[in-house]
Write a protein that binds this ligand. Sequence first.
Ligand code: ATP
Ligand code: MG
Length: 480
Amino acid sequence: MSEPPSGKNEGIGVTGAEAEAFRARAREQIPSDVLAVCRRLRAAGRQAHLVGGGVRDMLIGRAPADFDLATDARPEAVLELFGRSFAIPTGLKHGTVTVLTDGPRRPVEVTTFRGEGEYFDGRRPSSVTYVDTLTEDLSRRDFTMNAVAFDPIDGRLTDPFDGRGDLARRLVRAVGDPLIRFREDGLRPMRAVRQAAQLEFEIDPPTLAAISATLEVFRKVSAERIRDELFKLVSAPRPSHGLALMQTTGLLGEVIPELLEGVGCTQNRFHKHDVFEHTLAVVDSTIGDAVVRLGALLHDVGKPRSRQPREEAPGEYSFFKHEYVGEGMADAICRRLKLANADRERVTAMVRNHMFFYAPEWSDGTIRRFVRRVGGPEALGALFALREGDIAGRGFGENPDDELGELRRRIAVVASADAALKVTDLAIDGQDVMRVLGIAPGREIGAILERLLERVLDDPSLNTREQLEALLPGLRDPKS
Ligand code: ATP
Ligand code: MG
């Protein structure tokens, strides 16, 4: 079970000034609790190597996000070594035990050296096979930059596939034959474009070509695994890079084919770009979490299907009601990608509400109605982020504050006045309505509260118990 002595195995025990500099940096970046886990494994006569994203990040001078460990110890041995309260069998099927470190109780995934299991349908390996050497474990990893290991106890860097060379060349390159590797696991192409987006790397040409050649395997991957990668892709500083790679490889046509309808879909004098190019620019310029970015990606998805020539302006088009067409399409896309219901609703609300146009004539009541219509104060952040991205995405260098500043300031004034914007902000509730009017629970209660809110949106000073209770008799449904 022991490692071949260094020197025999190509790439083992990298030396030189560069490796020395890395070791010095790593000593500063690897937290002591993670080191303690390695030391414990080593003290038990086992190997312990940091692998994957953490090592890659340190190699390119980024702060490592998490630390995964590879060991020759079998999962049962890891469980025994750390004890059941600090070692959790999170992924025994895949050879993974999650160890909670001393002190900060940071979860570190400790995975036994693995080979490729047998793959069916390009999905996850159907069974896990353990291997004896680190190099065998590294050879089943997806990309060369993710197949570098670092043993922090000995300071030994192991890089059998020249991952550091590809990092220097800024290339995502499959370990081994990309066609074989993508047929084993159809998710890998999506991981390639996601990581290229995150790191602003290119994809090595043979690896890139293999993506288009194995789309039939990609089609079998579960929506959940694709969604997780897509979320990471759109969270990259410049998602357009990854989205463009998805388009050219054919992945976009598999994941969100609706977006391709925007390619070559020209617009009008207000837009420099076609709908697709505009969309990519908006995603890059929209600041927010993955769901907000996804809302940006889908905000104009309904435009191609709503496009109408403008009679008064030959060669130009209008997109009447595209936000509603888009809302329906976005809903279907989010369901297909198995988004959580709350995330789907945030996305569709952004699509539906992105076409607002403030005018100085708006009364304070109109401002309050606007806030209520778009889903309340919580929905405003995403909507304004999208609109700022949208303005930048028009490509004329306009200042978003010209369009949004006044509305933003007026909303702030209304909000600081503590005005009611939703039914639950009212001074009375459904119980009060039933008591005062002497009616039983039912739909009418909600309808009456809505009517009360309408009054209060126009005149916030009405929002006291006495005044609202006095209004109630006049708000009963005439039919009931
Ligand atoms: P990040 O955590 O920043 O998203 P990562 O590279 O650490 O990036 P993980 O999904 O955490 O990605 O996976 C950890 C490591 O496991 C990868 O670096 C890679 O070596 C390996 N790996 C993950 N998924 C696959 C896969 N589908 N095929 C082959 N190797 C994989
Ligand atoms: Mg990781």
